[in-house]
Every structure is written in structure tokens, then in C-alpha cells.
Design a protein around this ligand. Structure first.
Ligand SMILES: O=C[C@H](O)COP(=O)(O)O
Length: 228
């Protein structure tokens, strides 16, 4: 079943998100970019608040070096998310992160749907020892399906699963996107803006919106099991 990942900025938001139905807590600073990193101490506080109830991921920043990602791996977060470039430089970065951190944490490579993502690098991420891949957007506001089309998203999910990777989809998703994306069977759908006050990712988390997305996912899964 597809799990709901919710990006949070604090221990208090993490606790509220878990109680509202989030199945992965993603530590992120939305004011610092698409993959904005929180300070390691804040990530540690989030890990403590979640207390093992669900996995925690930590965004490493829009242009992290290995040391920055390593500092997040040391917080106790289960996953560390790093951005993916393109071509040879992108492949080299994936290999460097994998070699330095692949044995210390579960790395997730985040592909930018609105920057002509290089889907060949899904294979590279797997070969470099990554545990997962996500397709997300850099520019926020317009959603994943404005940045790319459903066929491309399906290709991404298939490429990840062919490589036995965890596959996540995100990018200004709204509750209405659940019914469109879940038939592709991603392992995760990631939300920030869509579960915040006024739909604004820089504002506070709104637990009612988290609950609405969690319910939509559960309803979709139940329909699927029933063959509807
Ligand atoms: O990893 C998931 C992201 O935090 C999604 O953020 P967003 O919904 O604001 O695009």
C-alpha cells in the first residue's frame, strides 16, 4: 500500500503528523528550498518525537556535500534525501554519496520533475547503493502533473521498482492527486504544501489536511482490494 510521507519542520509538527496518519515523517525546512535541510539538532528532536512509530527521512539541502548529508545520517533518521543532477555529473554525485554513506544510512535520490529529469540515473542510483528514489518538483505551486505527464511518472515508478528501490512521488500534491497517482502504485506520496494552512508549505502543518490525505489513501487502497 502507498504510504503518506509528510514533511515537517519541528518535533511538534512531527508528533501531530504521526497522530494524523503520516506513515513517514520527512524533516525539511521548506523556507530553504525544495529540499531545504533542517539543522541536525532539529532532526534529532524530530526523531525523538516520532520515537520509532514510523520511519523518519531528512532532506539534505538543494546542493548538499557529503559532509552535510553525513551529519544528517548521524541524527538517527532512517533515510537521507539528496538531489539528483543530470548526465555524468549527476551520476558521479550519486556514486560519491553512495560510496560515502550507502552503508551508514538509506539514501534517497530526489529527481526534479520540472528540470528534465534524467531517468537513466535511476539505474545509477540503484547501482550506487541508494535505497530509494523520489520524483518531486523544485518550483512549488504548480504540481507534479503540471511539471510532467502521467506517462513519465509511470516510467519513473517502473524504473524504480525494476531496480527494487522504494519509489516516492511528490510536488505540490493536493488530496485530489491521490486518486490519479495511487494506481501507479508508488511506495510513497509526499506532501508539504497540501497539508499546511492555506496550502502554503511555509505555513504551519494542518493536521486536518493530513487526516484528509491519509483517509483518501486508505479509501483508495480499500477500493483496490475490493477490485473496484
Ligand atoms: O517530500 C515531499 C515534499 O516536502 C513535498 O513538498 P510540497 O508538497 O510542498 O511540494
Amino acid at each position: 500500500m502507498t504510504a503518506l510521507l509528510v514533511s515537517v519542520t519541528s518535533a511538534a509538527e512531527a508528533a501531530a503528523a504521526v497522530e494524523a496518519g503520516a506513515k513517514v515523517i520527512d524533516a525539511k525546512d521548506p523556507t530553504a528550498g525544495a529540499l531545504g535541510a533542517l539543522p541536525p539538532d532539529t532532526v534529532r528532536a524530530i526523531v525523538a518525537a516520532v520515537a520509532g512509530r514510523v520511519p523518519v527521512s531528512a532532506a539534505a539541502g538543494d546542493a548538499p556535500d557529503v559532509d552535510a548529508a553525513a551529519a544528517l545520517a548521524d541524527t538517527g533518521a532512517d533515510y537521507v534525501k539528496v538531489p539528483v543532477g543530470r548526465g555524468e555529473a549527476g551520476a558521479a554525485a550519486l556514486s560519491a554519496f553512495g560510496a560515502a554513506l550507502g552503508a551508514r544510512t538509506k539514501l534517497v535520490a530526489v529527481f526534479a520533475a520540472d528540470r528534465e529529469p534524467d531517468l537513466d540515473l535511476v539505474d545509477t542510483a540503484a547501482a550506487a547503493g541508494f535505497a530509494g528514489v523520489m520524483l518531486d518538483t523544485v518550483e512549488k505551486g504548480a504540481g507534479l502533473l503540471d511539471a510532467t505527464d502521467l506517462a513519465e511518472v509511470a516510467r519513473f515508478v517502473a524504473a524504480g521498482h525494476r531496480n527494487k528501490l522504494l519509489v516516492g512521488l511528490a510536488g505540490s500534491l493536493r488530496v485530489v492527486d491521490v486518486g490519479t497517482l495511487l494506481p501507479l502504485q508508488p511506495d510513497l506520496v509526499g506532501f508539504r504544501g497540501g497539508v499546511c494552512v492555506d496550502g502554503d508549505r511555509r505555513k504551519a502543518l494542518d493536521p486536518a489536511r493530513v487526516r484528509a490525505v491519509a483517509t483518501a489513501i486508505a479509501v483508495h487502497a480499500a477500493r483496490r482490494l475490493a477490485g473496484a
